[in-house]
Design a protein around this ligand. Structure first.
Ligand code: NAD
Length: 429
């Protein structure tokens, strides 16, 4: 099938490469000309395990191409996915101007039937507006369908998530649209849930908000554990063994960040309010998430006495491991607060340094954890990259001014670090 994907970011590029791998003919479109020029030279603008190889292979086989000309891509394709960003506005609502502008461009270029699919995460009722925008902007009397097909991939394992999804959700208004989507994904053999468009849009916001709620729940439990002298890791284990609850998203720490959970939570609260429902539960989820960063700073203060003039080695900058994505990463707020308190920062991240460089000033970016630790008053863990679990602690002890590790992700065994002579502070235990 001939497909155009508008927006060649984390979602668009991964989806494009994966659809091509399934045998479809894919054109990825982006209005960022530098990105498209880089992609034409097979330079991948993001770090996502396995993506480079997938893009190269499908490009070589002639199934994957790139352009910044949306009209030509629309003319050449039957199905058009919208995968542009839907960033948060100041008031928490999703900014849908990118979606509207793409819908307008699609409408102007359509010369026969097209299926337009929302893949970006959008508030309920966006489908109605996309349909209206296409209707009033189309130049020819052509029919079209709009569908919602929210994407559930996780950065860091995006290809696996796309190729082996738990389920595919699709919201449609016609049998024709449903059949086209079934054909597109048929090769995956994954369960496909067909709903109306509004329900599909809502499923995505409900999922992300629920996952955010799970994280804030365990983080609140972690605070109680600290007060009671219990161990949140054991509590999470015990909770997770209950099949109704499950162990995933019960990792206590400094809270969630990234381009999805924080903004989707805000957008869900906003759209609910617009529709007349005060989703106070989710407001509390956000409040708990924000408080975890402040509690983490307090732990640093409690263990360093004064922060001013102290040097802090920060391990991990990306919002989570296996990605270079810095959007809404907890490291941003944490480093800015430490700097405003007068700390000097030596930071290391295995993949995100190039993106982080544009976000911070006065941070010394290091080539590895040891360089960051050298001469620092303590080391803090902000992102749980697996390579941080395997560090040479004897070497670290020699390099740090004092053997102090404050771990915002609970990646170490407290007894082991204590045995090695470290003062080790973690979350909820
Ligand atoms: P991104 O910023 O990485 O990619 C968006 C791309 O769209 C950018 O390359 C940008 O240049 C391009 N773009 C913006 N406006 C455009 C326009 N008018 N015409 C053409 N291109 C345009 O964002 P992302 O992380 O891929 O997220 C895209 C959407 O998918 C968002 O709604 C997000 O919430 C959702 N989503 C993201 C993830 C994730 O893990 N990143 C997972 C599921 C869903």
């Amino acid at each position: 099938m001939k497909i155009a994907i508008i927006g060649a970011g984390y979602v668009g590029l991964v989806s494009g490469a994966c659809f091509a791998e399934l045998g479809h003919q894919v054109i990825c479109v982006d209005n960022d000309k530098d990105k498209i020029n880089a992609l034409k030279k097979l330079k991948i603008p993001i770090y996502e395990p396995g993506l480079e190889e997938l893009v190269k292979r499908n490009h070589q086989h002639g199934r994957l191409s790139f352009t910044s000309d949306i009209a030509s891509a629309v003319k050449a394709s039957l199905v058009i996915f919208i995968a542009v960003g839907t960033p948060p506005k100041e008031n928490g609502e999703a900014d849908l101007t990118g979606i509207e502008s793409v819908a307008r461009s699609i409408a102007r270029a359509m010369d026969s039937y097209r299926l337009i699919v929302e893949k970006s995460t959008v508030p309920v009722e966006t489908g109605k507006w996309v349909k209206h925008t296409i209707e009033i902007n189309k130049k020819k009397k052509v029919s079209f369908d709009v569908a919602s097909n929210p994407e559930f991939l996780r950065e860091g394992q995006a290809i696996k998530d796309f190729m082996q999804p738990d389920r595919i959700v699709v919201g449609v208004e016609s049998k024709k649209a449903e059949e086209l989507v079934r054909e597109l994904y048929g090769a995956l053999g994954a369960p496909l849930l067909v709903t109306d468009i509004k329900s599909a849009e809502l499923i995505k916001h409900a999922c992300n908000s629920f996952l955010a709620m799970k994280i804030s729940f365990i983080n609140a439990v972690a605070s109680v554990c600290e007060l009671a002298g219990a161990d949140v890791e054991r509590v999470a284990e015990g909770m997770g063994m209950d099949k109704r609850i499950g162990r995933s998203f019960l990792n206590a720490g400094i809270g969630f960040g990234g381009f999805c959970l924080p903004k989707d939570l805000d957008a869900f609260v906003s759209i609910s309010e617009k529709l007349g429902y005060n989703f106070s539960l989710l407001k509390e989820v956000k409040k708990i998430n924000e408080s975890k960063k402040l509690e983490f700073i307090k732990k640093i203060e409690d263990n360093l006495w004064n922060i001013k003039e102290k040097t802090i080695a920060v391990l991990g900058l990306a919002f989570k491991p296996d990605t270079d994505d810095m959007r809404f990463a907890p490291s941003i707020d944490i480093i800015e607060k430490l700097q405003s308190d007068g700390a000097k920062i030596r930071a290391f991240d295995p993949q995100a340094t190039h993106k982080a460089k544009g976000l911070f000033s006065g941070v010394k970016f290091c080539k590895d954890a040891y360089e960051a630790a050298k001469g620092s008053d303590c080391m803090i863990i902000v992102t749980e990259w697996s390579e941080f679990k395997e560090l040479d602690f004897k070497k670290l002890k020699r390099l740090l001014k004092q053997p102090l590790i404050i771990d915002g992700r609970n990646i170490y065994d407290p007894n082991k670090l204590k045995g090695l002579g470290f003062k080790y502070v973690s979350i909820g235990r």
